[in-house]
Design a protein around this ligand. Structure first.
Ligand code: PLP
Length: 371
């Protein structure tokens, strides 16, 4: 049977806002200015305002946003950066792009985010043979906050920078604050399937440190602070005007889209009451980039849902430290990422996008109950 309820559906996201998006694209095309102009500046201002951050800086994608955050903080060769192995490979790739050495720790298996106990242990007793630890990148995976209450205190106590990888958590909060505004820098991917997605590649960083924002804005364009004059060695990682205009059309809908994801998650929770619905952290809003189950017989369940036209995904099938490009050469923390390896074997993502209809959600719930 063909899949009639895909796991993600960026085309439906476009069609739902087609008039607004088409008008925004036309406006950008008509302007005659295609890179770093008023659409980009407008998006940066509106996104900073949405988050409650002092500044936002657009860039080409979420991987570059992480690498630019590290470079902006002066972290590169001769520094160790702690992050997790249960994440998009981009998180770890960005650390190496910046020239730094990754150290991968395990997750708290209930929330799929950095285990603060292992972080405390590693900061107190850094592993031998690694450069000094200069930064932690927490990943708010699937749309839910990492344990920032503990992690921020640990980072401050050890003089280590905190970067929030918010590629899956646009609009999510902890204690009422938007994620991406709690650490030193927040980074966002604007890939089409993310909670806030362009119709192409895009990324954005947020910070309350305006001089850091200015440095990152220079680094994204050859290190220019003045046109044609490089203050330091930069890169080309710009957000184009067409994508910025599309994002400005979509941003006003983000909270409503996240609320709809939450309603779909509630329906899945109710259908699954006998199994274990995903844990939700207290004092936080989860924006359900993914709704993720833990199942032992994953392939069989995927096949049975597929027979009923329901698509599923796996985020992610292999932790970064086991992938061929990283295997046997990346430093691991004392927990040896064992919970990450178990999660990778068991996670299953259900269909999740705001345009799912109630009838489609019911179909998924009925199918789940029958399994
Ligand atoms: C999508 C994603 C990225 C990378 O973003 P790109 O825009 O694809 O470069 C980084 N981290 C996480 C957690 C992601 O989900």
């Amino acid at each position: 049977m063909t899949v009639t309820i895909p796991q993600a559906n960026p085309g439906a996201g476009y069609r739902a806002l087609k008039m607004e998006i088409d008008a925004a694209v036309a406006r950008a095309l008509d302007s005659g200015w295609y890179i770093l102009g008023q659409e980009g500046r407008g998006f940066e201002a509106e996104f900073a305002n949405f988050l409650g951050a002092e500044a936002a800086v657009g860039c080409a994608n979420g991987t570059d946003a992480l690498a630019l955050a590290l470079r902006g903080l002066g972290i590169g060769a001769g520094a160790t950066v702690i992050t997790v192995s249960h994440t998009a490979v981009a998180t770890v790739a960005a650390v190496e792009m910046a020239g730094a050495t990754p150290l991968l720790l395990d997750i708290d298996p209930a929330h799929y985010t950095l285990d603060p106990a292992e972080l405390a242990e590693v900061l107190a007793h850094p592993p031998a043979g690694l450069p000094p630890i200069r930064a932690v990148i927490v990943v708010h995976l699937y749309g839910q906050a990492a344990d920032l209450d503990v992690i921020l205190k640990l980072c401050r106590a050890h003089g280590v920078a905190l970067i929030e990888d918010c590629a899956q958590a646009h609009g999510a909060t902890l204690h009422g604050k938007r994620l991406g505004t709690i650490g030193d820098v927040g980074t966002f991917s604007l890939y089409p399937t993310k909670n806030l997605g362009a119709l192409g590649d895009g990324g954005v960083l947020a910070t309350n440190d305006t001089s850091l924002a200015a440095r990152i804005a220079a680094l994204r364009q050859y290190g220019w602070r003045t046109h044609y004059i490089s203050d330091e060695i930069g890169v080309n990682s710009r957000l184009d005007e067409i994508q910025a205009a599309i994002l400005r059309a979509k941003l006003p809908h983000l909270d409503a889209h996240n609320a709809r994801r939450g309603k779909i998650a509630d329906a899945y929770d109710a259908a699954l009451s006998d199994l274990r619905p995903p844990a939700r952290r207290r004092n936080a809003t989860h924006v359900f980039h993914q709704y993720v189950l833990r199942v032992a017989d994953r392939a069989a369940i995927q096949a049975r849902l597929r027979e009923q036209g329901i698509g599923t995904g796996i985020h992610y099938p292999m932790p970064v430290h086991l992938q061929p490009a990283y295997q046997d050469r990346i430093a691991l923390g004392p927990a040896r990422c064992q919970a990450s390896e178990t999660a990778a074997a068991e996670v299953l993502s259900l269909p999740m996008y705001p345009e799912l209809t109630d009838a489609q959600v019911d179909r998924v719930c009925v199918a789940l109950r029958s399994i």
